[in-house]
Design a protein around this ligand. Structure first.
Ligand SMILES: Nc1ncnc2c1ncn2[C@@H]1O[C@H](COP(=O)(O)OP(=O)(O)OP(=O)(O)O)[C@@H](O)[C@H]1O
Ligand SMILES: [Mg+2]
Length: 427
């Protein structure tokens, strides 16, 4: 009821609506969640609803015309296509700075595929949630384009361009150099911080619902940024333990309790995070048809391997070539196991995961140094390093730009995207 009051009284913050006029109507009709859907809207400690927070912050978002989008992408030139996901195609583009002065800004532009039925809602969710968040480990939304013309609808999202592809690409695409152990830890720590911020760092709780390695983008320093907020949901309202939803997410990452009941909590994200921890440990995808049957489902496979056992080292990513401290790996696996507890309540919060990871990393730094991967000592592109390293980086860059030119979506992440969209059986 409280949220309803705020929503009805949104004229107070009208000045903030100017930069996002096209979205206002959309938000009222599709995302006035607090006023309408009691079971799923206002979160635990929130005094304001997401739409109201959005109104406060939306002035940071730019609204683009479709003509600007065509110009930015050279009319959606295939050579500028950098990815294809469930939502649609992603293009690299450049836009004019807001004041029209200075260098153009390089951006990633996601275009909703016209037949994407779920797409429109996901587009709105992304604008709404990314419009209110601000964190170094979350991708920044620059703006959006929404046009309902006689020739159909166009929905686009314009993000900061994150230069270094996704964690999925770096873990599983053999054409890219091996991710060094320390870089892996740095990436999972940053990703955990991004999730912890969503769960506990805002006035509202945001459940991300689609945490997976392809949604963790990496910048030039391999700092992670979570992208893809299309499935995000606001956490449970005060007094509720969960949000009841249709089950959505990606097969291999979604928590089994959520799949079974449709009860969504922040602990559903914690499960998905545990899956990604095992991906970085083993270098294996969460689901992999090419392995023998008992090894196809990563979580099922590692379940029987005790991190303290001798056998444990046999599951570690062979591409690391033993250049990792086994004790740290065991600790990370134990942390992953807590995230993968069957009972959601037994899983740690993401804030606890962040603390634990920091301790693990600190203990590793305090220990004896170990030999690092010869390919990428800390994976930082740094032209001042010795010549062989620069050579490796050069060839890596050439390969990356070649792949981009081909518009190839490395390893076909979308192939595995499997939206579970069954109606949850909620009592
Ligand atoms: N902000 C961005 N900066 C740079 N590249 C991006 C950005 N957003 C997306 N991409 C690229 O586009 C690809 C496709 O992204 P998208 O999120 O649409 O699909 P996906 O994550 O691969 O699959 P899914 O639809 O299952 O989430 C990403 O893997 C990444 O390579
Ligand atoms: Mg994605």
């Amino acid at each position: 009821m409280k949220c309803f009051f705020y929503f009805r009284n949104k004229s107070r913050s009208r000045r903030h609506q100017r930069s996002a006029p096209e979205l206002k109507g959309e938000l009222e009709s599709d995302f006035s969640g607090c006023s309408r859907t009691a079971a799923s809207s206002c979160s635990l400690t929130s005094t304001r609803s997401v739409p109201e927070l959005y109104e406060e912050k939306a002035h940071n978002l730019r609204v683009f015309s479709f003509a600007e989008m065509r110009e930015a992408t050279h009319d959606f030139n295939r050579l500028l296509k950098i990815g294809q996901g469930g939502f649609g195609s992603v293009f690299k583009g450049s836009i004019k700075p807001i004041d029209g002065k200075g260098d153009p800004l390089v951006v990633a532009i996601k275009q909703l595929s016209k037949d994407g039925l779920q797409g429109h809602k996901q587009w709105l969710a992304e604008v709404q949630f990314l419009g209110i968040v601000e964190h170094p480990n979350l991708v920044q939304l620059v703006g959006y384009c929404a046009v309902d013309g006689t020739r159909g609808i166009q929905r686009l999202l314009i993000y900061e361009y994150v230069t270094n592809r996704s964690l999925e690409d770096h873990l599983f695409n053999k054409a890219l150099p091996t991710l060094a152990w320390k870089t892996r830890l740095q990436i999972v720590l940053g990703a955990a911080q991004g999730l912890a911020y969503l769960h506990e760092g805002l006035e509202v709780q945001i459940i991300y619902r689609d945490f997976k390695s392809s949604n963790v983008l990496l910048d030039e320093n391999f700092h992670p940024k979570l992208s893809d907020f299309g499935l995000a949901r606001e956490g449970p309202e005060f007094g509720r333990t969960h949000v009841s939803t249709a089950v959505m997410g990606t097969n291999g990452y979604a928590a089994p309790d959520y799949i079974k009941t449709g009860h969504l909590t922040a602990k559903s994200d914690v499960w998905s995070y545990g899956v990604v921890l095992y991906e970085i440990l083993t270098g294996r995808r969460s689901l992999e048809r090419h392995h023998p049957r008992p090894e196809q489902n990563l979580v099922e496979w590692v379940k029987y391997i005790n991190p303290d056992s001798k056998k444990f080292s046999s599951i570690i990513d062979p591409r690391l070539e033993n250049e990792y401290p086994i004790n740290t790996a065991r600790k990370v696996a134990k942390l992953a196991n807590t995230c993968l507890e069957k009972n959601a309540k037994d899983r740690p919060s993401m804030a606890e995961v962040v603390n634990r990871l920091k301790q693990i990393i600190k203990a590793e730094d305090d220990d004896e140094p170990y030999e690092k991967s010869p390919d990428n000592s800390d994976n930082k592109p740094d032209m001042e390093r010795e010549p062989e390293k620069t050579k490796v980086m050069d060839s890596w860059r050439r390969r990356m730009s070649h792949l981009q030119k081909l518009g190839e979506h490395v390893e076909g992440a979308s192939r595995r995207r499997f939206m579970i969209m069954q109606r949850a059986k909620v009592p």
